[in-house]
Design a protein around this ligand. Structure first.
Ligand code: SF4
Length: 285
């Protein structure tokens, strides 16, 4: 592709990300925004896009990387995360599950039929805790349109309607220590994120996690990709349907629904938060 075409592609992509930021008021002036940076293409694009909008929207940017303890996989992602943060001059805070909770995902994987459940719980826990300690106002994740539609359908298939309140491009603050999450790539297809990385010759972590095959998400992802191939526009239509209906549950999740975990003091809807509960299951203490 010629450099002019690349510029047009980049401009269009960034315009669409900016539209999500403004349409849903994702970032306010003087906000401190922490990007969850894994080194994968989605989080790298989120970092570059927000870096590009920093002056325009007048906010501060930091990044957080989590080492879940997945041997043979996570180290490369962390290396790439450091590379991009340093290239853009963005402070990067690294947290390791082993150091923070004395457990690794490789250990946790033996206790669950899918490693993705403890992985998601621990990662969200450490990201939120770190963002909160940093005094961040928002936690930006690289969730794209494909991720969001997959998550929505996963909850739908499990009849887990409580999770519907957690969808959308912005999750409000429902507890003083719960940092609102924002998803600037909410309307961007995964394919376009990949194309952006290739066209701009950016190093991103492309390796597949060794546990990915265990997840329900990967089955749904393949199914949705086949559908999209046969009927282009299906994913966007699913997102639109979801966009029209997800709001109805949002008001139900209030501060009153969350208290503090008896063990670690982090926000929780039960006596023990999910991270402490899973850790106890595995280590027995
Ligand atoms: Fe974690 Fe599952 Fe993603 Fe691997 S595929 S990083 S276990 S959520």
């Amino acid at each position: 592709m010629r450099s002019l075409d690349r510029e047009v592609f980049n401009q269009d992509l960034f315009n669409r990300i900016e539209k999500v930021i403004t349409d849903y008021s994702l970032i306010g002036p003087d906000d401190k925004v922490a990007v969850a940076l894994s080194g994968g293409k989605d989080s790298v694009l989120t970092l570059y896009a927000l870096h590009g909008f920093k002056e325009k929207f007048n906010f501060e940017l930091v990044a957080i990387a989590i080492d879940e303890g997945i041997s043979g996989y996570r180290a490369d992602g962390l290396h790439i995360a450091r590379l991009h943060a340093s290239k853009l001059g963005i402070e990067l805070l690294e947290k390791s599950l082993k150091e923070e909770m004395d457990i690794t995902l490789d250990q946790a994987a033996n206790f669950h039929h899918t490693a993705c459940i403890p992985c998601g719980v621990f990662r969200r826990y450490l990201l939120n805790q770190t963002a909160s300690d940093l005094g961040a106002d928002k936690l930006a994740t690289g969730h794209n349109l494909d991720d969001e539609v997959q998550s929505f359908l996963m909850s739908f298939a499990r009849a887990d309607t409580r999770r519907f309140a957690k969808f959308g491009p912005k999750l409000d603050r429902i507890h003083p220590r719960m940092i609102p999450r924002i998803k600037p790539l909410w309307e961007i297809h995964e394919k376009q994120v990949g194309l952006w990385a290739v066209l701009n010759d950016l190093e991103v972590h492309m390796a597949e996690c060794p546990y990915a095959y265990t997840s329900f998400r990967s089955h749904l992802k393949n199914f949705l990709n086949q559908l999209e191939e046969k009927r282009p526009g299906t994913k966007m239509n699913l997102l639109k349907s979801f966009q029209k209906s997800f709001q109805f549950k949002k008001s139900r999740l209030k501060v009153a629904d969350l208290h503090e975990c008896q063990r670690c003091g982090e926000p929780s809807s039960s006596l023990l938060c999910k991270a402490c509960e899973i850790r106890e299951e595995i280590t027995g203490d």
